[in-house]
Design a protein around this ligand. Structure first.
Ligand code: SF4
Length: 291
């Protein structure tokens, strides 16, 4: 049986979905449609879509819209992906220029079917942004590239400003929530990123409300700090449909504040924590905390 969301959270989600200006939302949608650019905001049914789109912000989803993994929490379509689109980097750079973004977040589906997991395509996207949007801050939220240090090195050679990789949940829940992923492999992505580029800012995200115990969350935060992860996002898991893993618990805002304090005390430089916080939520704002 699914758990009913508390009234305060339903109101929060309604507010975030609405955003602050329908005209601005429509402008963002029109631009994304015109340039045929998918976003994780749409594909993952993010509750903040209205709020972010009304500020002309979106998180771009590259490497297609079909993921080769089967994470039980995620609304992104799973199956056999289409070939990569060679002009996607140029179209994306054009969108960033037209939106006037100073900080762009780019993520992707997982492409286990590609020999490099899509790393070279990530690099092309960064190169296009550097060429057409000089000065833009680039945040990449990457998949685990099946643990390939070579693929990660290809991405890091383009010198993004922030490299994010989400742990999503505690290791005990990986078999139910993140099938096909490996907790320690994900930690190694963050570790290798720092080893390859010591000055790089790294970031990770964890969802609460999937059935994790406080001690397990604490250990995840400590593991992230062991990998010198700089930035953290903590948000409430919301089940995208009845076919996805159900919510085990709704975490109240006070508990998020408590996690935020604890994370800061462990040494994170930036911590965004709250029911509707997502990996890319207000990314430029939270980046300022590390500067
Ligand atoms: S929080 Fe991130 S994924 Fe969600 S709508 Fe905003 S930019 Fe998109």
């Amino acid at each position: 049986m699914s758990l009913s969301a508390p009234e305060w959270l339903i109101a929060e989600v309604r507010r975030a979905k609405r955003g602050t200006g329908t005209e601005m939302v429509a402008q963002t949608c029109d631009l994304l449609d015109r340039l045929h650019l998918p976003t994780v905001c749409d594909s993952a049914r993010c509750p903040n879509r209205g709020e972010c789109f009304s500020h002309h912000t979106a998180t771009f989803l590259i490497l297609g819209e079909v993921c080769t993994r089967g994470c039980a929490f995620c609304a992104v379509t799973k199956g056999k992906p289409l070939p990569l689109e060679a002009d996607e980097p140029r179209r994306l750079a054009r969108a960033v220029a037209e939106l006037g973004l100073r900080h762009v977040v780019i993520t992707s589906v997982t492409r286990d079917d590609l020999p490099d997991g899509g790393a070279a395509h990530y690099a092309l996207v960064v190169e296009a942004l550097r060429e057409h949007c000089p000065g833009v801050r680039i945040e990449l939220l990457v998949p685990d590239f099946v643990g390939s240090a070579k693929a990660l090195a290809t991405v890091l050679a383009t010198e993004p400003d922030i490299l994010a990789h989400n742990l999503e949940t505690v290791p005990r829940l990986y078999p139910q929530v993140r099938r096909g992923a490996d907790y320690h492999r994900s930690l190694r992505v963050l570790q290798q990123a720092k080893q390859l580029s010591p000055k790089l800012i790294t970031k990770s995200g964890v969802m609460l409300g999937l059935g994790e115990e406080p001690k397990e969350v604490e250990q995840v935060l400590k593991d992230l700090r062991t990998m010198q992860c700089d930035m953290l996002t903590l948000g409430q898991y919301l089940s995208p449909s009845l076919h996805h893993v159900p919510v085990a618990r709704y975490v109240n805002p006070e508990e998020f504040v408590s996690w935020q304090r604890q994370a800061f005390s462990l040494g994170f430089k930036s911590v965004a924590a709250g029911p509707l916080v997502r990996s890319s939520y207000k990314a430029p704002v939270f980046f300022r905390e590390v500067q």
